[in-house]
Design a protein around this ligand. Structure first.
Ligand code: FES
Length: 156
């Protein structure tokens, strides 16, 4: 039976299979195209890289940015690194979890929002820092976070 996910994984893998360490750029490409790493990925691509399924699974598990489940349309990442902690990110994260009704790593039931943590966005003196999709926000307090999320909801 034709499996479109497997076919697409094999197509992508063909572009990286001859590169040294090509499995990592491949996984980034899979994450980008699918929005997550499909369950069948490791098993499908491992032989092309002369790796075991377990070795590819190990790479997927090691990197925080590789997601096992489909992500929300918008991805909110709150910086939890030291400088942002000194600027109040703990309060922001507690508020965000309550406000969004999400834990880190979860996606809302309507598929609109995913919440995640991140460790340093390079904006350390202006924390708490937050990334929403490709946009960076600084000095994010609870009201600012609410207004960012309302903007996403309006734009859907
Ligand atoms: S510690 Fe948060 S941006 Fe660097």
């Amino acid at each position: 039976m034709n499996d479109p996910i497997k076919s697409r994984l094999l197509e992508l893998a063909a572009n990286f299979k001859d590169e040294l360490g090509g499995v990592i750029p491949l996984l980034h490409q899979v994450q980008k195209q699918f929005g997550y790493i499909p369950k069948s990925c490791a098993e499908t691509v491992a032989p092309l890289f002369r790796l075991s399924t377990a070795e590819v699974e190990g790479v997927i598990s090691f990197y925080h940015q590789f997601k096992r489940e489909p992500q929300g349309k918008h991805r909110i990442q709150i910086c939890r690194a030291e400088a942002c902690q000194a600027n109040g990110c703990r309060e922001l994260e507690a508020f965000s979890k309550e406000y969004l009704q999400l834990e880190y790593g979860q996606t809302s039931a309507d598929g609109l929002l995913s919440l995640d943590s991140v460790y340093c966005l390079g904006l350390c003196s202006h924390g708490p820092a937050v990334r929403v999709d490709d946009d960076l926000f600084v000095e994010v307090g609870t009201e600012k976070l609410q207004s960012i999320v309302e903007g996403l909801n309006d734009g859907r």
